[in-house]
Design a protein around this ligand. Structure first.
Ligand SMILES: Cc1cc2nc3c(=O)[nH]c(=O)nc-3n(C[C@H](O)[C@H](O)[C@H](O)COP(=O)(O)OP(=O)(O)OC[C@H]3O[C@@H](n4cnc5c(N)ncnc54)[C@H](O)[C@@H]3O)c2cc1C
Length: 369
């Protein structure tokens, strides 16, 4: 039977970042991906925002890994010529009675260690973004955008140069624990191979992959639910784009996403989204009938929008886990030594990809030593 030291399941931005980080310290690594190339699922379906880390609960993994990850990702982009731009971001309260919520969010950002946040009034908002309607706003100058496709290309090249072997069109559908490690099996084949260490970075399937390894996902609290987020593009030939920076409404309490926001990509295209829709089956089609609801949401904080300029664009699916935080864990306490699970890696997973990878790398180092 073929044997490797480390297998990474999943070639999204997380699996690729883990491959780069691990291959700096270890050899004999294979990354298996069920599609024919990397990044064909959630990692290609995001807002491509480098978040600053202000939303997340203090001391959560999301808060810690996002703040640290944003810094590491900017550095990586600089070093590797990945297109990115610190556009800055406004989080706007449209009515005066949201002031307290805005201040609470501001305070949380400061507690999480986000740098250079400012609370600004409507006059200053009007100066920076004349078409934004706001009673007040948080200005986050460190928030930015990134070309996530180029990022994944660079990570793949670096991992391959460090000796990581990529196996595409390879879907893991069998995992058996042995005293020394794991035997893995591949869908539609009799092929089996042995791996001492397994990193489960399989995104929307990460709960199923964990259960292949014999982990009771309900008992562990790993069962994922899916929350779809659709986007509408906005292209108004008659006017210049409605904003230059990212503009988010203040998130409503208990909302599963950050609210339908305005994002700009590296070529200046404006998109609104994502909304939130609980789904049972993965389906990336965008319901064009949602156009009016999108228009009404965004019309609350952007002036002079044209309804006809909204067009159904794309959708992504968030892997939601019960506790709401990232799960990044070496499963030795469940009798699965050398098995590392990454579950519920929704936003800000793109921002945090390098800090997540470093955390996994530290777990592997500790296990091997
Ligand atoms: C709508 C939306 C907007 C977002 N916006 C942002 C944002 O602006 N900023 C930000 O920081 N984050 C954002 N995110 C989050 C970010 O996109 C994700 O956290 C990140 O892409 C997750 O990467 P991943 O590698 O874990 O998952 P994926 O990209 O889904 O990769 C997992 C891979 O595993 C493979 N796989 C699954 N099962 C198997 C198997 N059995 N065998 C082999 N391969 C398998 C899949 O094919 C897939 O390629 C957003 C997410 C969504 C849904």
């Amino acid at each position: 039977m073929d044997s490797v030291q480390i297998t990474i399941i999943g070639g999204g931005v997380i699996g690729l970042s883990v491959a780069v980080e691990l291959s700096k310290h270890h050899g004999d690594i294979v990354l298996v991906e069920r599609h024919g190339k990397p990044g064909q699922e959630t990692s290609s379906r995001s807002s491509e925002v480098i978040h600053s880390g202000l939303y997340y609960k203090k001391d959560s993994l999301k808060a810690k890994l996002c703040v640290e990850g944003a810094r590491l990702l900017y550095e990586y982009c600089e070093r590797n010529s990945v297109p990115h731009l610190k556009t800055g971001k406004l989080i706007v309260s449209v009515v005066e009675n949201q002031r307290q919520d805005l201040e609470e969010l501001f305070k949380r950002g400061i507690e999480n260690g986000v740098k250079n946040l400012r609370l600004i009034d409507s006059a200053e908002v009007a100066k920076i973004e004349p078409r934004i309607k706001a009673a007040a706003a948080i200005h986050s100058p460190c928030t930015g955008i990134i070309d996530s496709h180029t990022l994944m290309g660079r990570l793949s090249t670096e991992a391959a140069a460090n000796g990581v072997v990529f196996s595409f069109n390879t879907e893991i559908n069998f995992i058996e624990k042995t005293p020394e490690g794991y035997v893995l099996g591949v869908k539609d084949s009799d092929y089996r191979f042995f791996s001492s260490i397994v990193v489960n970075a399989s995104g929307l399937s990460s709960d199923r992959v964990a259960s292949l390894a014999g982990i009771d996902t309900d008992e562990a609290g790993y069962r994922l639910s899916y929350c779809k987020g659709s986007y509408f593009s906005y292209s108004d030939e008659k006017k210049s784009p409605p904003c230059k920076m990212l503009v988010y409404p203040l998130p409503e309490r208990q909302l599963k996403g950050l609210g339908i926001h305005a994002t700009v990509d590296m070529v200046g295209k404006i998109r609104f989204g994502p909304d939130t829709e609980d789904i049972d089956e993965i389906d990336y089609r965008v319901d064009a009938g949602k156009g009016q609801a999108f228009f009404e949401s965004v019309d609350k904080y952007i002036k002079n929008l044209r309804r006809e300029a909204f067009a159904a664009d794309m959708a992504g699916v968030r892997p939601k886990v019960k506790g709401g935080d990232f799960v990044i864990i070496h499963e030795h306490q469940r009798g699965r030594e050398g098995f590392i699970n990454l579950i519920g890696i929704e936003s800000p997973g793109l921002t945090a990809c390098i800090s997540i990878a470093r955390m996994v790398s530290a777990m592997v180092r500790e296990y091997i030593n």
